[in-house]
Ligand binder design. Structure first.
Ligand code: MN
Length: 230
């Protein structure tokens, strides 16, 4: 191919115990997938279907690199989430077959300019500038699925400067991973390389310049980095 200028290298995520990297195709995100978080944001978990939005593939931050405090916000929020990495794709995928598409899992943070999101919600505007900004998606190495053992329970937590801010269990998710994949595939042709951020539990809050963030999911992985000098 004769490109006008060299194309950007593909975004890619390390894989646990492997020299290979997982090339990222798209990043999909689920809003409002834990009852306690839906309530803290003023919603009713039983009435609201999941909200889907996306981030650009190159929003990922890997290898515990620090994240510079982003521009144009005074209320950057952390959202710790289980991240699904797809090794297969398709559209209109039945729920019963959805987990066959999963390659592995990681822990990630869906950074959010909460002030811009609140303004967008109020005015019925899109969430792009609140969610899809540069370096808004730190993610751990991907742990491949072995023996078809998908994490359906386990502690998910985030702490700032050693103090726990978010703590829940994966079994508190409203929509399961299989249901999310099936529902997403009604709207999009899913593909190998897609990452899905599956929503955050309660306890979201502001991050300050200089903070040290640590996030983990039992049996999946952990990440740890500073805000600033990214
Ligand atoms: Mn989120």
């Amino acid at each position: 191919m004769n490109y006008l200028f060299p194309p950007a290298p593909p975004a890619a995520v390390p894989i646990v115990d492997s020299e290979k990297r997982f090339p990222v195709h798209r990043i999909y995100c689920v809003g409002q997938n834990y009852g306690d978080h839906v309530k803290e944001m003023g919603g009713d978990p039983k009435q609201n279907p999941p909200v889907f939005f996306s981030k650009p593939a190159n929003a990922i931050v890997i290898n515990n690199e620090n994240v510079r405090y982003p521009s144009a916000t005074e209320n950057l929020h952390h959202e710790v989430e289980l991240v699904v990495a797809l090794g297969g794709g398709g559209s209109a995928i039945p729920t019963a077959q959805a987990l066959q598409r999963v390659y592995g899992y990681a822990v990630g943070i869906d950074f959010t300019r909460r002030d811009l999101q609140a303004e967008a919600k109020k005015k019925g505007k899109p969430w792009d500038v609140a969610k899809g900004f540069d370096r808004s998606a730190p993610v751990s190495a991907i742990r491949p699925i072995l023996d078809n053992e998908h994490p359906t329970t386990g502690r998910i937590a985030l702490s700032i400067n050693g103090e726990i801010r978010q703590q829940a269990d994966l079994q508190d998710m409203i929509w399961s991973v299989a249901e999310i994949i099936a529902e997403l595939s009604r709207f999009y042709q899913l593909a190998p390389g897609d990452l899905i951020f599956t929503g955050t539990p309660a306890g979201v809050g502001a991050v300050m310049d200089g903070d040290r963030l640590q996030a983990e999911i039992e049996g999946v992985g952990s990440i740890e980095f500073n805000i600033g000098h990214g």
